[in-house]
Design a protein around this ligand. Structure first.
Ligand code: ARG
Length: 297
């Protein structure tokens, strides 16, 4: 049985969305963008979250910062602490203080990052460990800073394919504790072996889905919001007891992002307790915490 957990998300309307610079292989300055279409798709994504009972907070978009719609990069927020982003490219650097100000005003304790990191683009949380990407954007040194900030173990994963420049383009957390999906081709051989060891029951995503950023999906534990192109992944999710919901974010894909990129989860101090076990049986034996419940709902 899968359970949805109520989430609190931070989003930013794509009022100033366009592609005016190229910092990942998906971005092409010469390809026209349709801001009104981006806004309509973004509104549909927000409304989908609201319909599912989640809370959506909004940060004001700033002119000249077209990538601010990708709020996942704005910080990492867990246990009531916001670890600030420090962007690799100058084009995005002014976003960080804006996110920090919003999070401080909302009551989060601010942990100022010294190391380059792009928030939940590269930093994903499960109860067991923080999965952190490096290779393109987030510096490996940030992983140690993360570990010290949150007192949670970090598993470093090395990204090797520039199309999957952020961890969340190649790997998604499906349940708070144990279930993930990922595309192996995005990772170094060593990192692939780590994922196989730690998550033997992961859903292995196919290249066709990965190539449309289909893995950039958002799960509340039951519903998974994904791109309509991620046909194979949707099928696999259904077989594992999830309810996949296709939401078109194709205009925002021109900036190199999908649903997950547009969504920053805000986790309060009580997050771990609230997350709880996914399944009663899994608490019984510690060993079983390393396994996945595969029975469909
Ligand atoms: N254009 C943005 C960049 O390259 C896209 C960010 C996508 N966000 C994400 N969480 N993967 O920085």
């Amino acid at each position: 049985m899968r359970h949805a957990r109520q989430r609190r998300y931070l989003m930013c309307p794509p009022t100033y969305f366009t592609v005016s610079y190229e910092i990942n292989p998906w971005m092409h300055k010469d390809e026209p963008t349709d801001t009104a279409r981006a806004v309509a798709q973004w509104e549909n994504l927000r409304d989908t979250y609201l319909r599912l009972g989640h809370t959506v907070e909004l940060i004001d978009p700033l002119p000249g910062l077209p990538d601010m719609v990708y709020t996942a990069n704005g910080a990492t927020v867990v246990d009531g602490i916001a670890y600030t982003a420090k962007f690799r490219f100058p084009e995005r650097q002014p976003e960080s203080p804006a996110f920090e100000a919003w999070l401080a005003a909302d009551g989060f304790a601010i942990a100022q990052a010294e190391q380059v990191n792009e928030g939940e683009g590269d930093i994903l949380f499960t109860e067991r460990a923080i999965l952190a990407g490096t290779g393109f954007r987030t510096d490996h040194a940030a992983h140690l800073e993360l570990q010290e900030t949150f007192g949670r173990p970090v598993v470093s994963l090395h990204l090797v394919d520039p199309r999957f420049y952020h961890l969340d383009t190649a790997l998604a957390i499906l349940t708070d504790d144990h279930l993930i999906t990922y595309y192996p081709g995005a990772f170094s051989p060593g990192s692939r072996r780590i994922l196989e060891r730690l998550y033997p029951d992961a859903i292995i995503a196919e290249e066709a889905d990965a190539l449309h950023l289909g893995i950039n999906c958002v799960s509340d534990g039951l519903h998974v919001i994904h791109s309509p192109w991620a046909v194979g992944l949707a099928e696999q999710l259904r077989a594992r007891g999830f309810e996949p919901i296709a939401v078109d974010t194709s205009e925002l894909l021109k900036g190199g992002g999908g649903a997950k990129c547009c969504t920053l989860e805000l986790r309060e101090a009580a997050w771990s307790a609230a997350a709880g076990p996914e399944d009663e049986e899994d608490v019984a034996s510690p060993r079983s915490r390393w396994k996945t419940t595969t029975a469909p709902a």
